[in-house]
Design a protein around this ligand. Structure first.
Ligand SMILES: *Cc1c(COP(=O)(O)O)cnc(C)c1O
Length: 374
């Protein structure tokens, strides 16, 4: 099976992990600090907290902004469920704003029509690897005092008008799942513009433990003392995982180049075919393409999906509109809520895209698509 996404692990990656295994710190050690420092550098110098997954990163982000019952989060339905579900766990109401028809990115005009005085966060998703339009979303967030959050699980390494992903929103969440742009096995990270938010994120990801004597509410316990003032979870990423992540970060520029070449090859060949639409690129964006979201028109997506799968080509569909998941349907969200997202879902087909794909394999995928449409 030609997989739709997979990790690329080099001898250097293996050596970096082996060195940690042979050392003193399997977790809470120097590799964590090094990975966080390198991610911070990539994100324009903002503070970074690593987490055990992208889902954990979103959970930490929503905890850090103090999300709770009565709050609303405006987000896109064209995403992995965790973008919304991590907020629902805090009792917040999710308000789905529709997408732009071609890019799959949240539509700033739809967001502007969805915000209220209760909107605590606007969470955009950098679908397929291109950053959402944060320049357009920022004034909307400011108009209601909401935090602008980026689910950048797809997008690490990209930029918009020269500004790096990680520095485009108030808070950014990354994922290092094996199919993403870089991997640490499982893993994620949160970037916060506001240092107070970064501190809350760090404490929530470490059980809520406060270690700064200046802030202790229990006085005179002794030098061993640490205390909990707000609940948290253990979302710490290990040194083993951070060593892999750090080594992968060194390869991100090469991954970006190869992913871009594959997308250009798909665009050139598939642009010639009838009944399909290739993904557009927002002006000013320099993406690391995570997905290749082809759209198959005229109701033929399922036919193409089944034909490619039968040929051993691991295509995927990204994504089921989030509010179609039974957990949201049970809360009363109805079909038809976001027509553009539903139309996009009906046509979308993610073709194989990862740095290990050869040009021959890309051509084989294109040929299979052409065959399926013949
Ligand atoms: C992968 C992904 C997540 C979750 O990340 P995990 O590391 O798998 O928990 C969240 N949002 C989006 C858009 C993703 O693609």
């Amino acid at each position: 099976m030609l997989s739709y996404g997979r990790q690329s692990i080099s001898a250097e990656d293996v050596a970096a992990v082996a060195a940690v295994l042979a050392g003193d710190w399997l977790t809470t050690g120097p590799a964590v600090d090094q990975f966080e420092a390198a991610l911070s550098q990539l994100a324009g110098g903002l503070p970074v907290v690593t987490t055990t997954s992208g889902t954990a990163a979103l959970h930490v982000a929503y905890a850090a902004i103090g999300l709770g019952p009565g709050d609303e989060v405006v987000t896109t339905p064209m995403t992995f469920v965790a973008t919304a579900s991590a907020a629902s766990l805090f009792g917040a109401k999710i308000v789905f704003a529709d997408i732009e028809p071609d890019s799959g990115l949240i539509d700033p005009a739809a967001v502007a029509a969805s915000v209220t005085g209760r909107t605590k966060a606007i969470t955009a998703v950098d679908y397929a690897g291109q950053p959402a339009d944060y320049e357009a979303l920022r004034p909307v967030a400011q108009s209601v005092g909401a935090v602008l959050l980026a689910d950048a699980a797809h997008a690490i390494g990209g930029s918009d008008r020269g500004r790096p992903v990680g520095g485009l929103a108030d808070v950014t969440a990354f994922s290092f799942f094996p199919t993403k742009n870089i991997t640490s096995g499982e893993g994620g990270a949160v970037v916060c513009r506001d240092p107070a938010l970064a501190r809350r994120a760090r404490e929530f990801h470490n059980i809520g433990l406060v270690r700064d004597p200046e802030r202790f509410r229990l006085a005179d316990q002794g030098p061993w003392h640490q205390e909990v003032q707000a609940f948290g979870l253990n979302y710490r990423l290990s040194d083993i995982a951070c060593a892999l992540g750090l080594s992968q970060l060194n390869r991100l520029a090469a991954f970006k180049r190869r992913r871009g070449q594959i997308v250009a090859r798909y665009n050139a060949a598939l642009g010639e075919l009838p009944s399909v639409a290739t993904p557009p690129l927002r002006p000013g964006v320099d993406p690391v393409w995570h997905l290749y979201p082809l759209r198959v028109l005229e109701g033929r997506r399922r036919q193409v999906y089944e034909r490619l799968r039968a040929d051993g080509i691991g295509v995927q569909v990204n994504y089921l509109p989030v509010y179609w998941h039974p957990v949201y349907a049970d809360q009363g969200y109805r079909r038809g809520l976001c027509p553009q997202a539903e139309a996009f879902y009906a046509q979308e087909l993610s073709l194989p895209l990862h740095p290990g794909l050869s040009d021959d394999q890309v051509d084989q995928v294109v040929e299979a698509v052409a065959e399926a449409l013949r």
